[in-house]
Ligand binder design. Structure first.
Ligand SMILES: NC(=O)c1ccc[n+]([C@@H]2O[C@H](COP(=O)([O-])OP(=O)(O)OC[C@H]3O[C@@H](n4cnc5c(N)ncnc54)[C@H](OP(=O)(O)O)[C@@H]3O)[C@@H](O)[C@H]2O)c1
Length: 264
């Protein structure tokens, strides 16, 4: 049988950046792209300690404009170009208690990290992609962009909704010029932080980890597939999206949520 693609080497001539690439989903994506042969740069505020020796680490705090500018400069001067940009950084640190407990700082910090960091990195890396008429940008959003939870993550949900909208608009501008732009919106992912959170809930409520996990799934309205995603589930799909096999895909949002969103 004719082999159509060599999945292990299909990204061998590509240089990729994965933000938030030291933990959770970003880490799984970085390892997946590296396995496909890409030169992969990961970034975070702290060095992960141990990491796959094929990955390149650059320290940057992307919650402020200077951190993004530094990262763009450092990558373009050291690697000469960037072909694949995975904006995986994101998260929420705001307290529970609804709208009334959230101040301007909570809103601003969340929007900086979840919306403005991708906007700034795209702006920094797009010119050289457009010049070469080649590149792929992925925005990792969340199902909260369309299924917002109000207790502690309202700014996060609003920022992710903005990211999904921005991603679509940007794709219209740059796809005719050779750069594909896509959004991936995961549901709940069982990262190492989520595992620790389940252990804490189980301990404080004197239940098992399975019961704690079920209580979070119930709060989401249920996950039809019966469990949260693993980071590798998201990484595998991103690996496909950035590959030449997905060359006709742009301007689309892909939801990976085990069926969590209850509507069509
Ligand atoms: N986990 C979920 O259930 C879930 C669900 C839907 C969507 N998502 C989305 O999926 C993406 C990955 O989430 P995750 O939960 O897998 O991530 P995670 O495990 O919490 O890891 C976050 C990563 O971002 C880095 N980071 C945090 N703040 C940073 C900053 N200011 N500047 C630079 N790097 C920073 C962290 O390293 P340092 O702390 O060292 O900086 C780490 O590498 C996010 O966009 C998230 O919104 C996650």
């Amino acid at each position: 049988m004719t082999k159509l693609f060599d999945f292990n080497n299909e990204l061998s001539d590509k240089i990729a950046l994965v933000t938030g690439g030291t933990k959770g989903t970003g880490k799984a994506i970085a390892e997946r792209l590296s396995k496909a042969g890409a030169t992969v740069i990961i970034t975070a505020r702290h060095h992960p300690g141990s990491m796959d020796e094929k990955l390149h680490f650059i320290t940057a705090d992307l919650s402020r404009p200077e951190g993004n500018e530094k990262l763009v400069k450092e990558i373009l001067s050291s690697f000469g170009r960037l072909d694949i940009l995975i904006n995986a950084l994101g998260g929420s640190e705001t307290p529970g208690g609804g709208f009334a407990v959230l101040n301007d700082k909570d809103w601003e910090n969340t929007i900086q990290t979840n919306l403005l960091a991708p906007v700034r990195l795209d702006r920094g890396f797009l010119p050289q992609m457009l010049e070469r008429r080649d590149g792929v940008i992925i925005h990792i959003a969340s199902i909260q962009g369309r299924l917002p939870l109000f207790d502690s993550t309202l700014p996060y949900a609003a920022a992710k909704a903005g990211l999904i909208n921005y991603s679509k608009g940007l794709s219209k501008e740059v796809s005719p010029k050779g750069v594909r732009v896509l959004t991936v919106s995961p549901g709940w992912i069982m990262t190492s932080s989520a595992t620790k959170m389940m252990e804490r809930i189980a301990e404080s409520s004197e239940t098992t980890i399975e019961e704690a996990t079920q209580s979070v799934m119930d709060a989401l309205g249920g996950i039809p597939i019966g469990k949260p995603a693993q980071p590798e589930d998201i990484a595998e799909f991103v690996g496909f999206l950035v590959s030449p096999r997905a060359k006709y895909l742009t301007g689309t949002e892909y939801v990976i949520d085990g069926g969590t969103i209850p509507t069509i």
